[in-house]
Design a protein around this ligand. Structure first.
Ligand code: GSN
Length: 223
């Protein structure tokens, strides 16, 4: 197995993007194999590498991990991004589930029929401004510190900046009512590893497009 973590997924964001973000923020270099053909996927299945026949799959530390959440929490714990105690871990889990839900709404946008795209966009903005962003805004306001858990960067912060940037792609003015999130975005964006990941040429993926849709259909034999 490779020394560096090796990521098996499509050449697109999907469920793997938060894993890319977390590794990059932790300063970990990683390799990727992009699924382009049905044959690649069948070979992974044949070799028994995909426990539930699904990707993301990540080779790391002699393991082949699947299930996005399990992969993320392993990386977060390994790199001290998962809090100092069980209570902090519970908070991080709650915050991460919130951003996972919000990003989940956006993640399906590209594969919706045209008539449902507008509805998805409205739902994204509505959920961001009324349900999710007010929570993180209040946490930052109340704790008066740099990050969600205080002055130590955690997995929750990394997923929050990912979510903020995803929503901003849909509505660039979205943070106008959230001054603490604006300051947070600037602060987290200035963390050197994250700054680097945000620069062109990094392993960060662009928003989904039609090509990705065709590739996933081909790989999974979907209509
Ligand atoms: O979170 C996880 O990793 C799993 N609970 C779900 C993983 C999953 O659904 N992966 C898809 C591709 S990514 N898009 O949603 C997958 O591998 N589907 C193939 C299949 O036959 O289910």
């Amino acid at each position: 197995m490779a020394e560096k973590p090796k990521l098996y997924y499509f050449n697109g964001r999907g469920r793997m993007e938060s894993i890319r973000w977390l590794l990059a923020a932790a300063g970990v270099e990683f390799e990727e194999e992009f699924l382009e053909t049905r044959e690649q996927y069948e070979n992974l299945l044949k070799d028994g590498f995909l426990l539930f026949q699904q990707v993301p799959m990540v080779e790391i530390d002699g393991m082949r991990l699947v299930q996005t959440r399990a992969i993320l929490s392993y990386i977060a714990a390994k790199h001290n991004l998962y809090g100092k105690n069980l209570k902090e871990r519970a908070l991080i889990d709650m915050y991460v589930e919130g951003t996972t839900e919000l990003m989940g709404i956006i993640r399906v946008h590209y594969r919706l029929p045209p008539e449902e795209k507008e509805k998805n966009l409205t739902l994204t903005i509505e959920r961001a401004t009324k349900r999710y962003f007010p929570v993180y805004e209040k946490v930052l306001k109340d704790n008066g510190q740099h990050f969600l858990l205080g002055n130590q960067l955690t997995w929750a912060d990394i997923q929050l900046i990912e979510a903020i940037l995803m929503v901003e792609e849909k509505d660039p003015t979205i943070l106008s009512l959230f001054p603490f999130l604006q300051a947070f975005k600037a602060r987290v964006g200035a963390v050197p590893t994250i700054k680097k990941f945000l620069e062109p040429g990094s392993q960060r993926k662009p928003p989904h497009d039609e090509t990705l849709l065709e590739t996933t259909k081909r790989v999974f034999n979907r209509k």
